[in-house]
Ligand binder design. Structure first.
Ligand SMILES: [Zn+2]
Length: 697
């Protein structure tokens, strides 16, 4: 018995040590630029590597806390920033592949790793000895003669702990932990209710005449839905892929109303999945957390780490935009109403009529669609255009490097060099949908940038898309939206590639959340610029340049009903702020409170007994609490910043240089407003956005 137990133990040890010994994740990579050797890493390498990496990280943290020397910026704050390098090395391929090349085995490991990682992170975040050292350094911050970047690192490190309750008494810490747990659970429940109530709804149509107006391929999808449910006919549901096209195209007004009402009364009519009480509980729990940590409201707590800084500035933005866009939104509504009147409507336009008549009016006014534009946007040409833009603006060059291992043969890897030919970054591009890749488009890094003495360790960046792949007869052709998406994610990549910081937790895209979309969104502005399009947008069959009228149509279409859309975004921003600026527990009528919060943005009639709060997942189960405004905030920034390029020339090297040095290279090393003003010479105003949207001349 005894012996076999030992034997078992021995074999376990030798198994573990072989996995560790031959584990490429734990060795120094011998690839170009020490890129990840995807070809050598096997799925079974991850779990033991994660375990080893967590162990090493803990040892590194222990070395900081047990350091007999008094805490200093270097031996505590910098040491902590540098700790966990192996964990990052193991985690970065793993979590990237989980999004772009996943499989069941990887998912299983993710599930096994997730609780271990939470526990590991908590053991650091709740480490009192560690916080005592951080605080000791923080309290001397004025005497330390730190650079702005060092001050930022110190502030971020200290606040990261303080905002998680590190300064609280033992009793309050317990309260904080309980509140955080409650909040997690409530948010989870809220999100699941929205999902369940959405999935529970379906409406079977057996009379095809009721579906007039719907495009054929969409009818095919509805018929397929019915078939899957074992029914005959056409099955409608409330998922965005069904709801949005239905509201746009369905001629039958009663059905549009029925679907609208079903969608806007989700989770608020009682029953198992009702969220009204969850809305109150989430808002009140967040208030309690904020109060416990010394803030008046949850918005006050959230906005400390934002470019906007406080709720006054958020409301200032929302109010200014509202005043500027409301008159135009009213005109847009009148135009849609008069179009509907001319086309036989005998009623005042209601919310369920809006998309339907808007879409028809848009077609009549602009007659431009994806199919007309796609021939000009062959992926290979667009790629040349986008890379070429970076070369013109920043002097950087992209050279395909087939020696860099990739995780799928479709992925390309590039050496990116600066104007002097020095190595700047690795860029991976992954353009097409595959099984195992999630939907959407994103940028991420495989390795962050940091400096250590003379060593500047350059980043490895990836952009991942889901563009339709080429066929034998046709190259990959992008829609205009996809061209913008490419530019957007490429903008994030530039932020990642051009970064020149010292500390990895501040480098690249590690910036405040309402600032991170500036480098990406600004790039989208080039998409409708003739000078830019002329360089690459040629018809893949005829070689003809994209016609100027088509470019104008793109611009006009972009501004169609733009004021109405702006008001809608503002209404969500106001609602979000209303829930997170409460300073007393809320126990009133959720829907009445919501209607009041959104009243000033209302252009179409407000429909009684409908609500958004019970299904506003962005703020109640996503990460956007007191942050919804940031969509508009970023738009103001990108338009304001791009106006400088418009003034000086969209390829103006001096302007690009200033943008690069002030913003793209700086990561989160200083407050974003400081960085922005260094580029712009002043704080942003909404004027450029108004001009871009045609609201102001
Ligand atoms: Zn983005």
């Amino acid at each position: 018995m005894k012996n076999s137990k030992i034997a078992l133990l021995m074999s376990a040890i030798s198994l573990a040590s072989t996995v560790l010994a031959g584990n490429p994740l734990l060795e120094t990579y011998k690839t170009p630029h020490q890129t990840i050797p995807f070809n050598e890493i096997k799925t079974e390498h991850y779990f033991p590597a994660f375990q080893e990496a967590m162990k090493q990280h803990s040892t590194e943290v222990d070395a900081i806390t047990n350091n007999p020397q008094a805490p200093t910026f270097e031996n505590t704050i910098v040491a902590l920033d540098k700790s966990g390098a192996l964990l990052m090395k193991v985690g970065s391929p793993f979590y990237n592949l989980l999004s772009s090349e996943t499989n069941d085995d990887l998912q299983d490991i993710a599930e096994k790793i997730s609780p271990l990682m939470s526990e590991h992170n908590n053991s650091i975040r709740l480490n009192e000895k560690l916080f005592a050292r951080i605080k000791a350094v923080y309290l001397q911050k004025d005497k330390l003669k730190l650079t702005p970047e060092q001050q930022m690192l110190l502030k971020d490190t200290y606040e990261g702990f303080a905002r998680n309750g590190a300064n609280l008494s033992e009793a309050d810490k317990a309260v904080y932990r309980q509140l955080s747990k409650d909040l997690d659970l409530l948010s989870l429940q809220y999100g699941q209710n929205v999902l369940k109530e959405t999935n529970n709804y379906s409406l079977l149509i057996t009379n095809k005449a009721l579906l007039s107006g719907l495009p054929n391929d969409f009818l095919g999808v509805l018929a397929e839905n019915a078939k899957k449910a074992g029914k005959e006919g056409w099955l409608l549901n409330l998922k965005a892929t069904c709801y949005i096209p239905f509201m746009k195209y369905a001629d039958n007004r009663d059905l549009r109303r029925e679907l609208y009402m079903a969608n806007t009364t989700k989770c608020m009519l009682g029953g198992e999945f009702d969220n009204l009480e969850n809305v109150r509980k989430i808002a009140n729990t967040r208030l309690k957390i904020a109060n416990l940590l010394g803030y008046k409201s949850y918005a006050d707590y959230e906005l400390v780490d934002r470019m906007a800084e406080n709720k006054t500035k958020v409301y200032d933005l929302l109010d200014k935009l509202l005043a500027a866009y409301k008159p135009t939104a009213a005109k847009e509504c009148a135009e849609v109403q008069s179009y509907a009147d001319k086309n036989g409507a005998y009623f005042k336009i209601q919310p369920w009529d809006w998309c339907y008549y808007s879409e028809k009016l848009k077609d009549e006014k602009f007659s431009v669609n994806d199919e007309m534009l796609k021939p000009y946007f062959e992926l290979e040409h667009v790629k040349m255009g986008v890379f070429g833009l970076a070369t013109r603006l920043y002097g950087i060059k992209f050279t395909k490097n087939p020696k860099i291992p990739v995780y799928n043969p479709e992925v390309d890897a590039y050496d990116v060099t600066d104007e002097k030919g020095n190595f700047l970054a690795v860029l991976y591009t992954d353009f097409h949908p595959r099984d195992g890749k999630r939907a959407g488009a994103w940028m991420n890094d495989f390795k962050p940038q940091w400096k250590d003495g003379e060593t500047d360790s350059r980043p490895h960046i990836t952009v991942v898309m889901n563009f339709t792949r080429p066929t034998e007869s046709k190259p990959a052709l992008l829609t205009y939206d996809e061209v913008q998406t490419f530019l957007h994610e490429f903008g994030h990549s530039l932020h990642g590639m051009l970064t020149k910081c010292n500390y990895q937790s501040l480098s690249g895209t590690n910036v405040y959340r309402d600032f991170v979309e500036l480098p990406s969104q600004i790039m989208e502005n080039w998409a409708s610029q003739k000078e830019f399009l002329d360089g690459f947008a040629v018809n893949y069959k005829t070689g003809e340049k994209i016609p100027t009228e088509l470019i104008q149509k793109i611009k006009d279409t972009e501004n169609f009903n733009t004021a109405y859309s702006c008001l809608r975004q503002l209404s969500f921003g106001y609602l979000d702020m209303a829930w997170h600026t409460i300073e007393k527990p809320f126990d009133n009528d959720v829907i009445a409170y919501e209607k009041q919060a959104m009243a000033s943005t209302q252009i179409l009639p407000s429909i009684p007994n409908t609500g958004i709060s019970p299904t506003f997942s962005h703020i109640f189960s996503g990460g956007y609490a007191a942050g919804y405004y940031s969509y508009k905030w970023a738009e103001v920034l990108d338009a304001d910043a791009f106006s400088v390029f418009e003034k000086n020339g969209i390829f103006n090297k001096k302007t690009a240089d200033l943008f690069r040095k002030s913003i793209l290279e700086r990561g989160g090393t200083e407050h974003p407003m400081t960085l922005y003003k260094r580029f712009r010479g002043q704080e942003p105003t909404i004027d450029a956005l108004l001009i871009r949207n045609g609201i102001k001349q």
